[in-house]
Design a protein around this ligand. Structure first.
Ligand code: SAM
Length: 304
């Protein structure tokens, strides 16, 4: 029987999220930078390959590359080709560079993509991401190329903001037509910006309109099915159920294992490419896992 990572709260780690770089070609107004502090180096490809192998040996079944913007890594396709067999490999990208890379990434063994697209209106998209209005077309081309390459199911990630909440019906229709899953994400308002959209209200409408609702194992995320469209809602804030069902470990872009998105006081530095040593570090990180939001959540506990 293969070894697994089950923490002291009975939660098994089945997913690993690796930030490949802190660099990004957008400046989203809300970005949490995957909870990273300013890094001093970028994780080398050889280390990523060893981490993936160690994690797979410990029962991890899915690996997601993130950033920063992972498509800025010149060695991305090569890196993907080194991932162990049997691991689902996906990435989350802003999609700007996706059209020209989708073929090589699929060839290298990428299974699927999440594309962040916070608005279908060029002006709003530009106001949220800080890019030129025309850049939204690049993201749409990236989604099309990913579809053509079979990098599916493709999820369209939308952080629900005051600026885009009115667009949700259009987004549902867009995703229905393109065969995408719409993933509505609650804003983690770490900077106290006060720009969150009304995700409660949106979820109430989805509940009322849905033909059926499913609850995913990970984070107990709700999935709403509406006349051929699929909408997943991700709500981490103050959500004890979300934390109680967290099945993830993270690795930062400078090679530290991060047991929780919202904490930086329990990281474990990797600093080796030796797979056996990395397994010990993953097990040590698993031992540090604890739900952030609990029934007796202490609101004075902020990320450091
Ligand atoms: N650049 C890639 C992208 O745009 O998908 C990967 C990195 S980005 C940090 C990963 C995901 O986190 C994106 O879907 C983004 O919208 C989401 N995200 C970033 N900051 C967030 C925040 N404060 N609250 C909720 N989601 C956030």
């Amino acid at each position: 029987m293969p070894m697994t990572m089950v923490d002291s709260f009975g939660r098994m780690v089945t997913g690993l999220r690796i930030a490949l770089t802190h660099r990004c070609n957008l400046k989203c107004i809300y970005c949490h930078h995957e909870g990273e502090l300013e890094p001093e180096r970028e994780i080398p490809a050889e280390m990523v390959a060893s981490i993936a192998k160690a994690a797979a040996d410990l029962g991890v079944r899915s690996l997601k590359f993130t950033g920063g913007e992972p498509l800025l890594r010149k060695d991305l396709a090569d890196l993907i080709s080194q991932m162990p067999d049997g691991l689902e490999v996906s990435l989350t990208t802003n999609g700007i560079l996706l059209a020209r890379q989708a073929h090589d990434l699929a060839d290298a063994g990428l299974d699927r993509v999440n594309v962040s697209l916070d608005s279908l209106r060029p002006e709003t998209y530009s106001a949220i991401t800080g890019c030129k209005e025309g850049d939204m077309q690049k993201v749409l081309a990236g989604i099309k190329a990913s579809n053509d390459e079979g990098l599916a199911p493709i999820k369209m990630n939308v952080v629900v903001l005051k600026k885009n909440e009115a667009e949700v019906p259009e987004m549902i229709e867009f995703c229905r037509q393109k065969g995408l899953i719409l993933q509505l994400i609650e804003l983690l308002d770490l900077k106290g910006l006060g720009i969150s959209g009304d995700i409660d209200g949106i979820e109430r409408k989805l509940q009322a309109m849905a033909d059926s609702v499913k609850t995913r194992e990970m984070h107990r995320r709700k999935k709403y099915f509406l006349d051929g469209a699929e909408v997943e809602v991700v709500r981490p804030m103050d959500n004890t159920e979300f934390c109680a069902n967290c099945t993830r470990l993270r690795v930062t872009s400078d090679g530290k294992i991060k047991p929780c998105l919202l904490r930086n006081d329990n990281l474990i530095e990797i600093a080796t490419c030796d797979c056996e040593k990395i397994k010990d570090l993953l097990l040590a990180a698993n031992a540090r896992r604890e739900p952030y939001f609990t029934a007796k959540f202490d609101s004075s506990r902020n990320q450091s």
